[in-house]
Design a protein around this ligand. Structure first.
Ligand SMILES: *[C@@H]1O[C@H](CO)[C@@H](O)[C@H](O)[C@H]1NC(C)=O
Ligand SMILES: *[C@@H]1O[C@H](CO)[C@@H](O)[C@H](O)[C@H]1NC(C)=O
Length: 339
């Protein structure tokens, strides 16, 4: 395949450059890594090339972009590839696939997790899985959903993670409780805070085939008052230097300026994570509006995420892809959007 013809390409981050900050108190804006609507990016590295997979757009169920580095102007949308033409018999084929995540299995195959509208209950999404021998697909969907707790609102925002300590494979995802909130406000939040449904983040152990679940999922995080209407978009990594698991996640509704990238940490992957006392990247700390949907590199040093740059006529935010550098220190973590 032409994009990855050179397996010896060595990926270096040297081209990441932090330009001097310009003060703009209205809408301080970093330069997007990819200036197209590309929400909820998920990262995977293949033979020295980075790929980012994102929510439906540009006439595709799943969007893909590629880069040889995180540097400015290096990301390109791959407009000719259709990685998930069929989301599976349980899903509505309505171009409403959210937050796909791709993971390379030990046997050389690739698994894609994604959230799709449930055909028999179109107000809800569930998490599906699909397999391919090629990272750019096409991925063949498993016939039944991977996780589908419809009574609790469905499930979205899957992300695979291999525990480097014991080698076990997991998928973390969000129970989409806010799909059952009273409605009328951002993310269904029309009612009072006491009407907000739980949006727990669950951790599901899986077999090496990427699709067979082992036991029941474990709750590792949930929303509380400080998170507003929800928590979602979990991404896990292990910090070797701090000997801690970190989880980035988003709080509040994506269509408001309160959306953010927050983080939590834990000594044990399968125990509840402790939230930090302040978020990682917010609209206020700038320079990106409504940052969210982050995915970290496995070493925890860089992240891709989206930020709002405008609005469609429908009122839906236009979300470009941005990049950030991150650092962990003890239980603390900081991150700077790359300007
Ligand atoms: C501040 O940012 C906004 C949005 O990007 C832009 O329209 C405006 O011109 C900027 N103002 C200044 C003083 O740079
Ligand atoms: C609707 O579809 C989902 C996903 O396949 C399934 O779990 C659920 O049982 C179905 N509900 C009904 C009423 O058929």
């Amino acid at each position: 395949m032409m994009y990855f013809s050179s397996p010896t390409t060595i990926f270096v981050f040297v081209s990441v450059c932090l330009a001097a900050a310009e003060s703009n108190t209205t809408y301080p804006q970093a330069k997007p890594a990819l200036a197209v609507n590309f929400p909820d990016p998920a990262l995977v590295s293949v033979d020295g090339v980075w790929l980012a997979f994102a929510t439906a757009g540009n006439g595709r169920n799943v969007q893909v972009a590629a880069s040889a580095s995180f540097s400015e102007h290096s990301w390109r949308l791959l407009e000719d590839v259709d990685v998930l033409p069929d989301p599976g018999p349980w899903a509505a084929n309505d171009r409403n696939i959210w937050a796909p995540h791709v993971y390379g299995l030990e046997d050389g195959r690739w698994v894609m997790y994604y959230a799709a509208t449930v055909k028999n209950e179109t107000s809800k999404h569930c998490v599906g899985a699909a397999l391919s021998t090629n990272v750019l697909g096409p991925y063949s969907p498993v016939k039944t959903p991977f996780a589908c707790p419809l009574d609790d609102g469905g499930a979205i925002d899957p992300a695979a993670f291999r525990d480097p300590k014991d080698g076990n494979l997991y998928v973390v995802y969000k129970v989409d409780g806010n799909s059952m909130n009273p409605g009328g406000g951002p993310c269904g939040s029309g009612g009072l805070p006491q009407d907000y449904r739980p949006t727990p983040i669950l951790l599901q152990q899986i077999e090496e085939d990427g699709v067979t679940r082992i036991g029941e999922p474990i709750e590792v995080l949930d929303r509380d008052e400080a998170d507003g209407v929800l928590v979602e978009a979990p991404s896990l990594f292990y910090s070797e230097s701090q000997e801690l698991y970190f989880m980035t996640f988003s709080s509040n509704c994506y269509s408001t300026e309160h959306y953010d990238i927050s983080f939590a940490f834990s000594e044990h992957l399968t125990m509840p994570f402790t939230k930090s006392s302040y978020p990682l990247i917010t609209t206020q700390t700038g320079p990106v509006t409504a940052p969210g949907g982050a995915d970290m590199t496995p070493d925890g040093k860089f992240a891709l995420f989206h930020g709002t740059v405008g609005q469609y006529e429908s009122g839906e935010p236009i979300r470009h892809m941005f990049a950030a550098e991150a650092m962990q220190m003890g239980t603390d973590m900081s991150a700077w959007p790359i300007r």
